[in-house]
Write a protein that binds this ligand. Structure first.
Ligand SMILES: [Zn+2]
Ligand SMILES: [Zn+2]
Length: 450
């Protein structure tokens, strides 16, 4: 038994989010995906908080069930806050996740944020002028059982390590509260191995969530929790917020008073993330990190600074001794490759997947939004139980029986990593090719032709 958890997502009250991000539809989508635990998202927003209070009921301490669907996915109170602030003339823009053990704690934090001038009604992910340090101070003063986790920690514009709006270290960002930051979230454009190269992350957990803005995007990244010992049975016991808390805090605190541990994380191919490489979207310029090292960060077309992506930035902040760290790969009996830390066996491993709709779209040569793909997708997920059952658990012959030979081959290729991904850059998602050649050339390679 395991708990597949997606603890970063947004409600319909956040900017650019689908009107379908409401509790009953999130719960229904979680069932199709095979997700056991979802974030509520956005508990700082007063209207969303009213829907959370009306729609959920406490299932165990700090974990909630939907009143309409009590046996479906459970919910944990998680919100994201956007801080924009200046220190010594430099402007920082950082997104931070806050997990809370109770609605009472959420309400107290909201009240404190309002007193500090935050307008919580403007957006589900409120924009505040408070520093990372000020937010940590408010949250931990109210309830030290909260978790404060830097969100999508490497994206250029809005993250703790971002090339455009971030810091060079957690200490610079969180000051005296750094010792209460137990984890960071990878974001779509980085994977755990990239984070393992950072010295100050050696004793911190690395978690992955979807940051979904619509139900179909739920679970595109996730963290899987499992019982710490075999005598803890998830079928007969309701896990609590504190079990999730300890699983995340264990690495930093060196102890675990809960019943769960992080088993592994489910990752997007980081190249598919929209800030993996460097470039300028409007100028059509793409640079690999090596191109940027050779040619600098100025756009050859418009002369302005390029948006430096995640791979380059990780390299910049990586520890000298850890710079060349590469994961060790081992397939399981289903052909799914696990990526393991080369020396530290206490690090949870990870797997890399491609969303099933994208796989189906390539198999049937149709768009993910087409009726044909939606029908094929729902047929397959119903036959096998869920999307994660198809991607992680089904045998090749079960996939074949449920979806045909091409689908089975495509899923097996994704599990093995036998696919090609053209890296994303400056807000453009990377593209996955299960069959076929790498198309995209970097600007430097193109220029080399002339
Ligand atoms: Zn964010
Ligand atoms: Zn440009």
């Amino acid at each position: 038994m395991k708990i597949i958890a997606d603890l970063q997502l947004h409600s319909k009250y956040s900017r650019a989010v689908s009107q379908d991000m409401v509790l009953p539809k999130m719960s229904a989508a979680a069932k199709v995906k095979g997700i056991d635990l979802l974030a509520t998202g956005d508990w700082m927003h007063p209207l969303w908080m009213s829907e959370v209070k009306a729609g959920l009921t406490e299932w165990s301490q700090g974990i909630y069930a939907a009143k309409e669907n009590p046996d479906g996915a459970k919910f944990l109170l998680s919100a994201e806050i956007s801080s924009i602030f200046s220190i010594a003339g430099k402007t920082y823009r950082v997104h931070t996740l806050v997990f809370s053990p109770s609605i009472d704690t959420c309400l107290k934090i909201n009240e404190a944020l309002r007193r500090r001038g935050a307008n919580l009604s403007s957006d589900g992910r409120p924009i505040v002028g408070l520093s990372c340090q000020a937010i940590a101070d408010i949250v931990f003063t109210i309830d030290n059982r909260c978790l404060v986790i830097p969100a999508h920690a490497w994206t250029p514009w809005f993250s703790v390590y971002g090339s455009k709006g971030g810091f060079d270290s957690l200490t610079d960002a969180f000051g005296p509260f750094t010792d209460q930051i137990y984890a960071i979230e990878t974001g779509l454009s980085s994977d755990p191995a990239m984070n393992w190269r950072i010295k100050e992350l050696e004793n911190r957990a690395v978690v992955s969530f979807s940051d979904a803005h619509s139900p179909p995007k739920l679970g595109r990244e996730a963290t899987v929790f499992a019982p710490k010992t075999t005598n803890y049975d998830l079928r007969t016991t309701n896990y609590s917020y504190s079990d999730i808390y300890w699983a995340i805090a264990e690495r930093f605190l060196g102890k675990n008073n809960g019943n769960l541990k992080i088993s592994y994380t489910i990752e997007f191919y980081p190249e598919e993330g929209k800030y993996h490489w460097d470039g300028h979207r409007v100028c059509g310029v793409v640079h690999s990190p090596q191109d940027t090292r050779d040619r600098g960060v100025t756009c050859p077309v418009c002369g302005r600074p390029l948006t430096v992506g995640v791979e380059y930035r990780v390299d910049e902040l990586a520890d000298k001794q850890l710079k060349d760290l590469q994961p060790v790969t081992k397939p399981n009996t289903k052909g799914l490759v696990g990526y393991f830390h080369p020396t530290d066996t206490t690090r949870p491993p990870y797997v890399k997947l491609v969303p099933l709709l994208e796989i189906m779209a390539e198999v049937y040569e149709s768009s993910v939004a087409s009726k044909k793909i939606k029908e094929a997708y729902s047929g397959l997920t119903q036959a096998l139980g869920s999307e994660f059952a198809a991607l992680l658990d089904a045998t090749e012959s079960e996939l074949h029986a449920a979806g045909g030979v091409r689908v089975a081959e495509a899923v097996m290729r994704v599990r093995r990593g036998d696919i090609v991904v053209d890296p994303g850059y400056d807000g453009v998602f990377g593209t996955v090719k299960i069959w076929g050649e790498k198309k995209q050339e970097t600007t430097q390679q193109q220029m080399g032709l002339f």
